[in-house]
Design a protein around this ligand. Sequence first.
Ligand code: SF4
Length: 329
Amino acid sequence: MMSKKGRVFSGARPTGRQHLGNYLGAIKNYVALQDDYDCIYCIVDLHALTTLDNTEDLKVCTYEMALDWLAAGIRPNDSIVFIQSHVPQVTELHTILSMVTPLGKLTDLPTFKEKVRMHPNNINYGLVGYPVLQAADITLYKANFVPVGIDQAPHIEFTREAVRSFNYHYHTDVLVEPQIKVTTVPKVLGIDGKEKMSKSLNNQIELAASPEETQARVMQMVTDPQRLRRSDPGNPDVCNVFSMHKIFSSSEEIQMVNVECRRAGIGCVDCKKLFAKNLNTDLMPFREKRTVLGQKPDNIWQILAEGDRRAIKIAEATMGEVRSAVGLP
Ligand code: SF4
């Protein structure tokens, strides 16, 4: 990798076909960061195991997510795109970092308590050690920056503390303390207009959906709940369709909706059709590229294998230094 402004690391669970929330919240930023940073993007399948009961879709979800990332503009010749479990050094570093991590610190984390609340029947050791594995993910590649929304910053703070603890304990400076690269992550609501867009809530609009499927999903979007009839004036400030217009429509169209909605000059059906049209236009290049890439699935796996190889090279170099610092024979 050529050195730019530093190395960025980010990981995402293999959730299959990506949706607008994934795109606006992460992928778009991944693509943009490539211009200024050496980027490492990891599909964190081991993290997914902590809460997955059923793993039979893991492979297809990994493939579909990688396909979406590449179609969206992640450049595998510049960035490293790889699968977490294919770099076994991460589990070794996880074990070593766990020795310098107080258990109480892990069980006190709000994220652990939240996971216990969400998965009361599956409180496994992996859930407790999740932040340590995340710290291993980041530090194995000596990442300088981790892009996260402000609400995720405490997770990276844990990694920074783990690095300080390791380096202090073993009198070394082998591990690099990553900086938090605060990123503006828009909260993208699902078509229900209430919850964050999520596959598990079935409120998503998939990037790879056909134009017809996209329009059908858009037509299901919940709008201003006070606007019951076409003749009622609406309030775009509380409408998720208008939030989307602000991202995908022209300034003239945004202005028009903002004015006409308030005086019932435009109905929700026409407003949604306009948004669907603009969304489909915006996604057309992505969809065309995805179709082409998807014709050769072996190429996608080869890209990931090449990413694995490049990641392993960096990981093994780090682990050589780590083992030496720890004093392992
Ligand atoms: S006209 Fe558009 S912005 Fe206004 S409530 Fe309907 S969908 Fe929302």
